[in-house]
Design a protein around this ligand. Sequence first.
Ligand SMILES: [Zn+2]
Length: 375
Amino acid sequence: MKELLKFIQLRCPNCHSMLSRVDKFEAQIKCPYCSSIIEVSGVAQHTLVMVSPEMIVPFKTTEKDFKQAVCRHLLGTESDNIVCDIFDKVEMDNVTAIYLPMYLFEGKYETEYKCTLVWSEKNADGEKYTCSKDESGNVKSNYSILCLAYDGLEITEELAEWTHCFPYDPAAVQTFKSEFVTGKGYQILPRNLDREATWNKWGADIIEDEAEQEAFKQLPEKTDRIIRDYRSMFDYHAKHEGHLILAPFWFVYYTYDYQKYFLMMDGLGKHTNGSKLPQDENIYEEVKKNKKLDTRAHLIAAPLAALILFFTPHFLDSWIMMQTIKIAIILISWGLIWRFLGGEDENNILKRAYKKRKTGYEQMLVTTSSNNSRE
Ligand SMILES: [Zn+2]
């Protein structure tokens, strides 16, 4: 007889997201999707009983690890254009740990392909001409992928998009025990696709795409290469029907200037994915302003140089020596004016913003290490 797993679910009264746990909810929780506070006693709870997953990838990272990864992401590098006050405005107390239901598919595939390769060559006079050749071959390989056993709106679109096919790490998998998912406030998403539906929705296409990519790699590299009339006979042999696995993920949504942003990380801490960070639009204005200053510096430098030329005392006999000194004076005065009036270039502005972010980053690290609910 298959083991069963009981889910407790409630719907967020604000954004209507369904939240699921395997153990009970705390008296008061924060919705991971809209951040509103939910008084659990005031909302209806449902139970859902499903076949237990066979395996689980337990979390290897703590809430603190994820918060630190978020901080590093927000800090960026010296060459990133990210708003410098991001750490003052971002609230990070709503990070969520969730187990997603995934099917592990493993097996072998084989594909026989035919196509026409078109490329360009140059003749002795350097003129281009087009060449083409029929190619064929076959690709054999193993596959092992995790595919999301869920299709719906109970997790956000970006989380579903990022996790629909995920790299599988055999070393991290363990036999499922309910202890893994209880007592730590983990969200857990019940699956709504079965094995076959999951394979049909994601698995088959992903492996066929992979086979095609491998075939393309076998084709000779040419200038302006175009692959035409690609056709293939694809076949696969599954090692097993597919195992249901719970895979761990972290995510957080944050707001900057009324815009929503997100960051996600897998529970092993190996992969992250996030929306593009809020950009500092002012930097372009500042660079433009500096260009104006640059022109002004030239305008001042020119008459000043003329004055210097006019008043330079004629104490040297050698005409060439005289001219050299004059040129030197012009260059030095131009340089001085540029220094005082000319502004910073883009790189300097970015570096300055990075320094400001770094201060916020260090403060945020102190805060995140002092409160930890999910160690
Ligand atoms: Zn909500």
